[in-house]
Design a protein around this ligand. Structure first.
Ligand SMILES: Cc1ncc(C[n+]2csc(CCOP(=O)(O)OP(=O)(O)O)c2C)c(N)n1
Ligand SMILES: [Mg+2]
Length: 199
């Protein structure tokens, strides 16, 4: 078979089953739809159009709440745009942060233009080069099972690029109001009183 064999909806649903109470930051475009479709909760923060921000947003949450696991679920386009953030993650080394890239080798949401990963850029190798201690390039079911084991109690920070087929996912849109999403997430993480205190 040529091209990635894993289906993104199956990958996301297996990941979400293993998620437990991890906070979830989704990169723009399809990863937000995936999370909204399979595990929509107040502990999800959807970035909507903020391209290149997912890893840094996740890093901030992980540093602020070292007692919670934080997962970033994003796309190859978003990861490529924010690639320098991997070096900052490596330097800060939060032991509660996992970054999972659904690498469909395309800018899915905007019409399936190929990204650099289509031409061979290896995001896991870039993460390792940045200094992230645990990295994986997942291509099949066994690799996905290995990743799920690593997410459940393995060493972090962790970076995984999961190669998925470039089909168009069903657009299950999360709420669009940024203030609502932020307040909902803050309340879920901090509790209703803390969440409204000025900072
Ligand atoms: C700065 C910036 N440039 C371009 C866009 C337009 N845009 C929205 S989604 C997207 C593609 C995202 O691709 P990827 O992260 O790989 O997610 P996929 O949909 O493929 O899962 C682009 C280019 C944007 N939102 N912001
Ligand atoms: Mg993509």
């Amino acid at each position: 078979m040529s091209g990635p064999e894993l289906e993104r909806d199956e990958v996301v649903s297996r990941l979400m089953q293993a998620r437990g109470d991890a906070l979830l930051i989704t990169g723009l475009g399809s990863p937000g739809w995936d999370a909204a479709a399979s595990d929509h909760r107040p502990e999800n923060f959807y970035l909507w159009g903020g391209m290149g921000c997912a890893v840094m947003t996740g890093l901030g949450c992980a540093l602020a709440r070292p007692d919670r696991k934080v997962w970033v679920l994003t796309g190859d386009g978003d990861a490529l745009m924010g690639i320098g953030s991997l070096a900052t993650v490596a330097v800060q080394r939060p032991e509660n942060l996992a970054i999972i890239v659904l690498d469909n080798e395309h800018y899915g949401e905007t019409g399936m233009q190929p990204t650099h990963t289509f031409h061979g850029t290896d995001l896991a190798a870039m993460a390792a080069g940045a200094g992230i201690p645990v990295t994986a390039l997942v291509r099949d079911d066994d690799g996905l099972s290995g990743l799920i084991d690593m997410l459940d109690g393995g060493r972090m920070p962790l970076f995984a690029a999961v190669k998925v087929r470039a089909g168009k996912p069903k657009p299950v849109l999360p709420p669009r109001d940024g203030t609502y999403l932020k307040t909902r997430f803050r309340q879920a993480v901090l509790g209703p009183t803390e969440a409204v205190q000025p900072r």
